[in-house]
Design a protein around this ligand. Structure first.
Ligand SMILES: C[S@@+](CC[C@H](N)C(=O)[O-])C[C@H]1O[C@@H](n2cnc3c(N)ncnc32)[C@H](O)[C@@H]1O
Length: 289
């Protein structure tokens, strides 16, 4: 396991995923009944953007200026993006950044979910990398209704579903370090849906080679899942030399009207994140409602 999310924290893919995650949680919380938020690949919870740059032996160019850096100070953001940026600012301040100009600390998905959790909600955060998991434990270990698990996130779907609440949002956000990651996701979804057919499953995926993305979406379709929406943001088109050209979030059982809520968000992000002329946003029902 070589992947460290530190080097990517706050990049365009994190911005896209986290804006949609906040929107998804807000939509699900319109119903009073509590829910389980299961983060199968949780990461460390909060990232120090300055430390990431210093600790990078490859001296890569930091990615966050082209992500959170592009939306941080925008005054024309639509309400859901402004909502997300306000949460990022809150995390940054709570972690001690007094500098308004740029963020120093960036929240991961567990931090955002924890901030939005109501008393009736519960969080299960799984992280296999022991160092990342220790950081997660330090951040959330003592928190009420939050459980941190040093375990394989795919096994968590078997171990934790169905939850007593009978409602869950499962975020599957793997590092795509291994060749068969898409196959593992599909197998996990099959199991998750068998255990909780009405659960909401959100899967983050990279846009590399279009054929690979289409094969994944076709495999989802073949499972005959409940309604499934694919939300994508491409920074560059198929012929770009960039390895990761964009990213997507496939959402099984999205809340009512989630597609209509997300369309303007994606379109705004597609503008704000300054994609190449052949990039842009895409929203498609993989399995229609
Ligand atoms: C993309 S990062 C997660 C980012 C996080 N979800 C967020 O949005 O802030 C992927 C994480 O999965 C962890 N990981 C890799 N394989 C795993 C597995 N099988 N089970 C659980 N965690 C795993 C990595 O250590 C890494 O921290």
């Amino acid at each position: 396991m070589n992947y460290r999310h530190h080097f990517h924290a706050g990049n365009f893919a994190d911005v896209t995923k986290h804006v949609l995650l906040v929107q998804l949680l807000r939509a699900l919380q319109k119903k009073d009944r509590g829910l389980l938020y299961l983060d199968t690949h949780a990461g460390r919870g909060v990232y120090d953007l300055a430390a990431a740059a210093q600790g990078d032996s490859l001296a890569r160019r930091p990615e966050h200026p082209d992500g959170i850096g592009r939306v941080w100070a925008r005054v024309d953001a639509p309400a859901p993006v402004a909502d997300y940026v306000a949460l990022v600012r809150q995390c940054d301040q709570e972690w001690g950044n007094r500098e308004e100009e740029a963020p120093r600390f960036y929240p991961g998905s567990p931090w955002l979910a924890r901030k939005l959790a109501r008393p009736q909600d519960r969080l299960a955060l799984c992280e296999k990398h022991l160092e990342e998991c220790a950081a997660l434990e330090t951040e959330f270990g003592g928190a009420k209704r939050v459980a941190v698990h040093a375990m394989d996130g795919y096994a968590a779907l078997r171990a934790m579903l169905p939850p007593p609440e009978r409602r869950a949002l499962v975020l599957i956000d793997p590092p795509f370090e291994v060749q068969d990651e898409f196959a593992q996701i599909v197998a996990a979804l099959r199991e998750g849906l068998r255990r909780l057919p009405a659960g909401v499953f959100a899967v983050w995926y990279p846009l590399t080679v279009r054929a690979r993305t289409e094969a994944f979406l076709a495999a989802l379709r073949d499972m005959q899942p409940p309604p499934t929406l694919a939300l994508e943001l491409a920074l560059a088109g198929e012929n770009s030399p960039l390895k990761m050209k964009g990213c997507g979030l496939a959402v099984i059982n999205p809340p009512w009207q989630f597609d209509q809520e997300c369309k303007p968000i994606l379109e705004w992000l597609a503008h704000a994140l300054e994609p190449a002329p052949d990039g842009g946003a895409r929203l498609e029902w993989i399995v229609p409602e």
